[in-house]
Design a protein around this ligand. Structure first.
Ligand code: XMP
Ligand code: MG
Length: 173
């Protein structure tokens, strides 16, 4: 398996869209105390680029989730890292690489909701609505994509290709 030669989303397209999202978020959350929570590992490039373009005062915390996709334990989500700052009364923005079946995201949102934030919003770079199994939707979406497995810009195949600057379809061969 390897990344497609031509990207599905180029560096230019990604950066242009990230800048648009940053502008929307900066306007929607103006004057509010926000906490940005990237979901590791996949959300790290997106959150890094996005937060540097926000004209908001913010703090960062992190969550790391691992989802099991095998038949028997399908849907089980384990947290390897949890936010350490109190989230009560804060406006929380969760930043994820991709919304696919929705299982990982739903578990992340449930976990954060338990901390009683003032508001909880979800910002994803990619949305694959065709594959949804759980009723969850993002408040802010970079790109809707067809049901491809994609890598790059944080997204991995067996932990590889996260470092690619663009998003590519994973192809056999
Ligand atoms: P769910 O299905 O729980 O999945 O919404 C979210 C997590 O699954 C991984 N995922 C992908 N990773 N390319 C990837 O590199 C993809 O096309 C893809 N689809 C799902 C990813 O870790 C995501 O956080
Ligand atoms: Mg992954």
């Amino acid at each position: 398996m390897k990344p497609s030669k031509e990207p599905l989303l180029t560096v230019t397209e990604i950066h242009r869209r990230v800048a648009e999202l940053a502008e929307t978020l900066s306007s929607d959350f103006a004057g509010k105390e926000i906490v940005v929570i990237p979901v590791l590992k996949g959300g790290f490039h997106f959150a890094s680029d996005l937060t540097r373009l926000l004209s908001l005062s913010l703090t960062l915390d992190f969550i790391r989730a691992r989802s099991y996709r095998g038949e028997r334990s399908k849907g089980t989500v384990e947290f390897l890292l949890l936010p350490t700052e109190p989230l009560t009364g804060k406006h929380v923005i969760v930043v994820e690489d991709i919304l696919d079946t929705g299982r990982t995201t739903a578990a992340v949102l449930d976990r954060i909701q338990a901390e009683n934030p003032e508001s909880l919003s979800l910002c994803v770079l990619l949305d694959k609505p065709a594959n949804r199994e759980v009723d969850v939707s993002a408040d802010y979406v970079g790109f809707q994509i067809d049901n491809h497995f994609v890598v790059g810009y944080g997204l991995d195949y067996n932990e590889h290709y996260r470092e690619l600057p663009a998003v590519h379809i994973l192809e056999s061969g």
